[in-house]
Design a protein around this ligand. Structure first.
Ligand code: DGL
Length: 270
């Protein structure tokens, strides 16, 4: 039995929220985590640019670090590029899209808040998910790149200002609309900010993301023949890569520490 290699990809640190879930139920896999900080933030890129960049970058990366499966741990990329990527690569590709369906199943007041990047909110794919799975419910959307940047800041150890969260979520916090009782975290960066988001609401609110469903899908695709967990960390080491050099070495060193805490043995330029 060989160790299964999984490439987890995002524009930044958001994919770590998916990696955490994947590794929890697929403990014997070996992960390469690639983030494209050269083109960050993905939620602001044109669709054609995104598809071309992803195809090129993943081809180059897999040429050097082959994998058995790719996880596009990014809603902004998955909602536009999955079809093209599946046509281009022969290995299985798992994508992450907003968890509208599970949110529909748990909302009590039938008002769902979709929190995502501006790109994801604008996609036809996302609108189709809403039409298909949230018929008869109200879906209120907020597209925010600032929230993505706050997640990056948090992982780099910066102090966050809670007022920024209140400003971003203000459209739902004012009394003019029925407040959602369930939020879809439709960007993989946002589960990293669960505590800060929850703190904006007086009542507990349900926060739904796609991380666990992705992890289960990875398990299913890799099949039953996965090795039992081994104790030797040496053998199944995870490695992370970025695509643009950091000007600020303190930031790089803070990030290296965070990746080490998540179980990565290295963080290098690709
Ligand atoms: N983490 C990403 C997502 O799920 C992308 C954030 C960005 O680069 O805009 O959408």
């Amino acid at each position: 039995m060989s160790v299964k290699r999984v490439l987890i990809f995002d524009s930044g640190v958001g994919g770590l929220s998916v990696y955490e879930q994947i590794i929890k139920i697929n403990p014997s896999i070996q992960c390469q985590y690639l983030f494209d900080n050269a083109y960050f933030p993905y939620g602001e890129l044109k669709q054609t640019q995104l598809v071309a960049r992803l195809t090129q970058l993943l081809t180059d990366f897999l040429g050097q670090y082959p994998a058995d499966l790719i996880v596009i741990a990014c809603n902004s990329a998955s909602t536009v590029a999955l079809k093209a990527l599946r046509q281009h690569f022969t290995i299985p590709i798992v994508g992450v899209v907003p968890a509208i369906k599970p949110a529909s199943a748990v909302t009590r007041n039938n008002v769902i808040g979709l929190l995502a990047t501006p790109g994801t909110i604008a996609r036809d794919y996302t609108q189709q998910l809403i039409t298909q799975f949230a018929a008869g419910k109200t879906v209120l959307s907020i597209g925010s790149t600032q929230l993505v940047k706050l997640a990056e800041d948090k992982l780099m150890g910066k102090e966050l200002d809670q007022n920024e969260f209140l400003t971003i979520l203000a459209p739902w916090l004012n009394q003019q609309v029925t407040m959602p009782d369930t939020l879809v975290l439709g960007c993989t960066h946002f589960p990293l900010l669960k505590a800060e988001i929850q703190k904006c609401f007086e009542m507990p609110i349900k926060l739904v993301d796609s991380g666990e469903a992705i992890a289960l899908r990875v398990k299913q695709l890799l099949g039953e023949e996965q090795e039992p967990k081994v104790s030797c960390a040496e053998e199944h080491s995870h490695h992370a890569f970025y695509t643009k050099h950091f000007n600020n070495t303190a930031q790089l060193s803070a990030l290296s520490h965070r990746f080490a805490e998540y179980g990565f043995r290295s963080l290098n330029y690709f």
